[in-house]
Design a protein. Structure first.
Length: 123
């Protein structure tokens, strides 16, 4: 039964967010989504790749990146420039979305007792 409750909660969340975004012009919504994607997806992937490379050097990688980490740093600088050169409203929306997503993840993890709040031993 908990699965049904979480599905209902997700439906209310998506419906509420859709209702909230409905009060904005379509171009504002599109620009906010693109700007948010820059920070959360593109920059997040670059940082994630660099953390994976540093924290798991033993992991098999069938690919090589010439001049690593220079391409990552250049790409990160480029994406951050595009993000920070956006209008302040979109930058704010992207930052608020990122912070609220991290807070939601941490709350969900704490309630379920999963990483980073794992109860007991093990991974």
């Amino acid at each position: 039964m908990p699965a049904i409750g979480s599905r209902i909660a997700r439906c209310f969340l998506v419906g509420g967010l859709t209702l909230a975004w409905g009060f904005f012009e379509l171009d504002v919504v599109i620009n906010a989504l693109i700007t948010t994607r820059l920070l959360e997806m593109f920059c997040g992937q670059i940082i994630g790749l660099m953390l994976l490379h540093r924290n798991r050097p033993d992991m098999f990688r069938p690919w090589k990146m010439p001049l690593y980490p220079l391409p990552c740093l250049l790409a990160l600088a480029g994406w951050l420039y595009v993000y920070l050169s956006s209008q302040w409203l979109y930058v704010l929306i992207g930052a608020v979305t990122l912070v609220s997503g991290v807070a939601a993840f941490l709350a969900w993890s704490w309630l379920r007792g999963t990483w980073p709040f794992r109860r007991g031993g093990g991974n």
